[in-house]
Design a protein around this ligand. Structure first.
Ligand SMILES: N[C@@H](CCC(=O)N[C@@H](CS)C(=O)NCC(=O)O)C(=O)O
Length: 257
């Protein structure tokens, strides 16, 4: 699949642009970012929540500049430069920020080791489906979301209860992109509307409570660009998926899927 860079907007828009513009002063920590990237957004949310000062540096990871490659041989965003040393992998960075800035803003991990471990079980579930397109995994994804909701504290609104923790922030970037399913795929993702969840109504009600709390957080709103900015990227994924579905169906003699 060609990289989704041909029509990519060069910079963030909407609320995220204001945050980018407010972060240009040199600091001991620098964020190399792609405004559109959900892995970046994890780190970006944590920086905002913890009120850690950082300059924001936009790079296109599909045209890897030397400034990025010299820090991260894989050339992926997010990458951090911290006291002139590199760091990458979004979940590693998030935990690092908690360890390196223990007294900054909110705490991301509870003190109880059992709860810390439970959070880590759920932290990585969006990444597990990385090599497949979101369309391929719609049903698996739906089941996983329900399972995620069922693992939550009953009252909430967040995963562990009244306060958000790392698991909420690392899953949030995927949650706030779910509109993409509804935009591009007939029938959408298929999360039942309120009252329509049948035997799973309680789980979906819990999901909705969580999603509402997540969407209401300033850190998440302020690291999200306008929908129109994301569309060309996901349009390309949708086109590529449609093309490969068509090629597969043709190979198998099934005609147009
Ligand atoms: N496992 C990495 C994934 C990061 C990632 O895949 N970032 C994408 C942008 S959303 C990227 O840099 N892609 C460039 C490429 O694949 O060459 C993390 O959690 O930080």
């Amino acid at each position: 699949m060609p990289p989704p860079d041909a029509d990519i907007y060069a910079t963030a828009s909407g609320p995220a642009k204001a945050v980018v513009d407010a972060h240009s002063t040199e600091q001991s920590l620098k964020l190399y970012s792609g405004w559109f990237c959900p892995f970046v957004q994890r780190v970006w949310i944590v920086l905002e929540e913890k009120e850690i000062p950082y300059p924001y540096v936009e790079v296109n990871p599909y045209h890897k500049p030397e400034s990025l490659l010299s820090l991260n041989p894989r050339g992926l965003v997010p990458t951090l430069k911290y006291e002139n040393k590199p760091l990458y992998e979004s979940t590693v960075i998030c935990e690092f920020l908690e360890d390196a800035y223990p007294d900054h803003g909110v705490k991301l991990l509870p003190a109880d080791p059992y709860l810390r471990a439970r959070i880590r079980i759920w932290i990585d579930f969006p990444g597990q489906q990385k090599d497949k397109t979101i369309w391929d995994v719609r049903n698996v994804f739906l089941d996983t979301l329900k399972e995620f909701a069922e693992a939550m504290d009953e009252e909430g609104p967040y995963f562990l209860g009244k306060e958000p923790t790392l698991v909420d922030y690392v899953v949030a970037p995927w949650a706030v992109r779910l509109w993409v399913f509804d935009h591009f795929k007939e029938g959408g993702l298929g999360i039942p509307d309120e009252g329509k969840g049948a035997k799973d109504e309680k789980s979906w009600a819990r999901w909705r409570t969580w999603l509402g709390a997540i969407e209401g957080r300033k850190s998440i709103q302020n690291t999200t660009s306008g929908k129109d900015h994301y569309l060309p990227i996901y349009q390309r994924y949708a086109d590529n998926t449609a093309q490969s579905e068509l090629a597969k169906a043709t190979r198998e003699g099934k005609g147009v899927p």
